[in-house]
Design a protein around this ligand. Structure first.
Ligand SMILES: Nc1ncnc2c1ncn2[C@@H]1O[C@H](COP(=O)(O)OP(=O)(O)OP(=O)(O)O)[C@@H](O)[C@H]1O
Length: 274
């Protein structure tokens, strides 16, 4: 699969053979040292669509992303990728098919941006000693840097980059993996408003199944096809932004007073806080 900037088309959506990366959580519960963090989470992330994972601090978003990535295993319930239980898939297959961009993903040694992106190719190396010099790996890195809008900084040392530039490179690293499922934990952190919008448009334009934890409800409303709203480790609501992001639900989960209006140009929900 190559990284393509073209969005999933309606015909893609109509043909189940072309859909990859559909995720389903079935009654997932998870605890750390007998402290319950997720309780009976049943939710879907539709194939080749962008799902926003929302909820207050501590709701369980990062924990859920790690379960979706196969890094943690549910205490009970199952995580299905294209209908197969993640627990039954070989680790290498999971590593190839799922990319997770975590909040603190900085490399510990000084690399150039391009070298950081090439780390995304690790699951695709042939053997432990395989290197990254092959045209295939280099092309994947170049495509990923371009898709993340980071081609111009590819030769810069990682530690010389601004927070926003580092975030773009991390997104490129996840894309270089050429995953079926892209998981992003608060990808708009450190980005200015223009860069936030650009990144979210790019993610949507990839046509990949993406699940991203977000705090900004308006960005979620405008850039996600599907929303899963968590509170205290449980799913409170899921569906389209218009279905989930209602004043009553937002008030119940976040304890804030708001109005929701239709955007004058797009018709999508816009949340106005009183
Ligand atoms: N290693 C851990 N040990 C104990 N508790 C943990 C651990 N990791 C997370 N938790 C707890 O699990 C709950 C969910 O944390 P998580 O990081 O998944 O929430 P979140 O929704 O991503 O939060 P935020 O929006 O603040 O990033 C929190 O109460 C947190 O304190």
């Amino acid at each position: 699969m190559t990284i393509s900037p073209s969005p999933a088309t309606v015909s893609d959506a109509a043909d189940p053979n072309t859909l990859r990366g559909a995720v389903e959580l079935q009654g997932v519960s998870f605890a750390i040292e007998s402290s319950r963090i997720l309780t009976d989470v049943t939710a879907q992330a539709p194939a080749q669509r962008v799902t926003g994972l929302l909820g207050p601090n501590g709701a369980g978003k990062s924990t859920l992303l790690r379960l979706l990535a196969g890094i943690s295993r549910p205490g009970s319930g199952a995580v299905l990728l294209d209908g197969a239980d993640l627990a039954t898939l070989p680790r290498r297959a999971v590593a190839r098919r799922i990319a997770l961009l975590e909040q603190s993903a900085a490399p510990s040694v000084d690399l150039t941006a391009r070298q950081v992106v090439l780390l995304g190719r690790i699951p695709h190396r042939s053997g432990l000693l395989g290197d990254f010099t092959s045209p295939e790996h280099q092309a994947a890195a170049s495509d990923a840097l371009a898709a993340a809008g980071a081609s111009d900084i590819s030769d810069r040392p990682w530690h010389s980059l601004s927070g926003g530039q580092q975030q773009r490179v991390q997104v490129a690293r996840a894309l270089a993996q050429q995953p079926d499922l892209l998981l992003l934990d608060e990808p708009t952190n450190h980005l200015d408003v223009s860069a936030q919008l650009s990144l979210l448009r790019q993610v949507r334009g990839l046509g990949l199944t993406s699940v991203m934890a977000l705090h900004d409800l308006n960005l979620a409303a405008s850039h996600c096809d599907h929303i899963v709203l968590l509170s205290d480790g449980r799913v409170v609501a899921q569906g389209t932004p218009a279905h989930v992001l209602t004043p009553a639900t937002i008030s119940a989960v976040y304890s804030v007073d708001c109005d929701v209006i239709a955007h004058p140009r797009t018709g999508l929900p816009v949340i106005l806080f009183a």
